[in-house]
Write a protein that binds this ligand. Structure first.
Ligand code: CA
Length: 427
């Protein structure tokens, strides 16, 4: 759950807030920052009103120093737009599908209990976990109390973040969480489920029975809390999230959109058919038509459970990533229609391959970590220009990967000891 959701436009481009290297200033200005100290003093009384005893407030805030870099992230504008197929290629890639299937097996017992209690199927719960924290591998690196205290004392959303800070302090004071090493996103989402503290306070459950709701250290607590969230958001047990469909030629695409609900009978009458050939029932079940890349791209009829997933982060691309990943985890047919591009997006392993090829060509882009930052983009622009790939936009797609890969291979392999010509890789 992120505070600033990626927004999908009607044109299928999504805006993602990205930290540029210039924004990555160091945390920890002097602890004696007088304005910050005065702010904490004033928050102490408000916190008491919100249910945080003064002694607890002092205990957890005494050594905090503000981190101005989170304020820059709060106001950061999207640096570039990413097509939805790039976003989905990275979130629903082979690695996340393989690991998700492993998690389904490893936690089968817990997931069955979770389904019995909340009515949400294992594949959906695991898909949320995979998208939120990569199955507990990515929690966010920023000290949580520092970020929330900073955002509570400066910036344009102080009242909101004060509420989150007080919610976190109450969770710490109640003993649900340990403050030591507690990190999260810059905006305060944390743990396996990336809940904000107020959501955590409202939704988190103790499922392993140790008396603590711990979504950082307990996988059973995290899986059950995810299912609890979806149940509270209106999840209907046993129903599908939706179906991939085909729209007829000349279809009025202004009818699309998550909020434009019509009955399945109505969609059927307008010529919409399921892509797997199963007839759309002429029922009064309400559904929305999703065309995230316009009429030339894939189409889905989304039912009530799609909305439950959507509410987790309020972004269409995000919800699609979860339901499409869940389909893969339960071995349902993958998306059939192609995205309207001749240059498909890359999964994380392919992104790392691309970065290794860029490094081999002498581009100083740091580690091949699969994250496409401004250094990688700049290197891609140079290579696109050199290879005549248009537009030279710095996008990490299949075209540039294929071009660099075919260059890296020897042109003629006639002998067993032929090695790639590396004369042009060290510039
Ligand atoms: Ca617990």
């Amino acid at each position: 759950m992120r505070l600033l959701a990626p927004i999908v436009s009607l044109f299928g481009a999504i805006a993602i807030t990205v930290a540029s290297p210039a924004l990555a200033t160091r945390a920890g200005t002097p602890a004696t920052d007088p304005a910050f100290g005065r702010c904490l003093g004033s928050l102490r009384g408000k916190a008491a009103t919100a249910g945080v005893p003064g002694a607890a407030f002092d205990h957890y805030t005494a050594t905090l120093a503000p981190d101005p870099s989170v304020l820059e992230l709060l106001d950061a504008q999207p640096e570039f737009t990413t097509p939805i197929w790039d976003y989905l290629a990275a979130l629903v890639d082979e690695r996340r599908i393989t690991q998700g299937r492993e998690m389904l097996t490893r936690h089968a017992g817990t997931l069955a209990q979770v389904e019995a209690e909340y009515g949400v199927d294992p594949a959906t719960v695991v898909a949320v976990w995979g998208v939120e924290s990569d199955y507990g591998q990515v929690f966010g690196k920023r000290p949580l109390l520092v970020s929330l205290a900073t955002l509570s004392c400066a910036g344009r959303r102080q009242a909101f973040f004060q509420g989150e800070l007080f919610a976190l302090l109450k969770l710490l004071h109640a003993g649900d969480l340990s403050a030591e090493g507690l990190t999260g996103s810059w905006a305060g989402a944390f743990g396996h489920t990336q809940f904000m503290p107020s959501t955590y306070a409202r939704i988190a459950v103790d499922f392993d029975g140790d008396g603590r709701r711990d979504l950082v250290a307990s996988i059973p607590d995290a899986l059950a809390s995810t299912a609890h969230y979806l149940k509270r958001a209106g999840w209907r047990s046993g129903e599908p999230w939706g179906h991939e469909v085909r729209i007829p030629a000349g279809f009025d695409t202004s009818l699309a959109g998550r909020k434009n609900k019509r009955t399945l009978a109505d969609w059927k009458a307008r010529g919409i058919v399921r892509i797997d050939g199963v007839p759309v029932p002429a029922s009064d079940t309400r559904a929305a038509l999703l065309l995230p890349a316009g009429k030339e791209g894939p189409a889905w009829l989304a039912l009530r459970n799609y909305d439950a997933v959507f509410s987790y982060n309020a972004a269409e691309s995000y919800a699609l990533a979860i339901v499409l990943l869940a389909d893969q985890l339960r071995n349902a047919p993958p998306q059939q229609a192609a995205w309207p591009t001749d240059d498909p997006g890359l999964g994380r392993d392919q992104r790392q391959q691309l970065q290794r090829l860029l490094l081999a060509r002498g581009h100083d882009i740091g580690e091949a970590d699969g994250l496409i930052g401004s250094l990688t983009r700049r290197a891609i622009v140079v290579e696109q220009q050199r290879l005549g790939i248009k537009p030279a936009d710095g996008r990490a797609g299949k075209k540039i990967l294929d071009a660099l890969q075919s260059e890296a291979r020897p042109a003629h392999v006639n002998e067993s000891n032929t090695v790639p010509d590396s004369s042009d890789t060290e510039r």
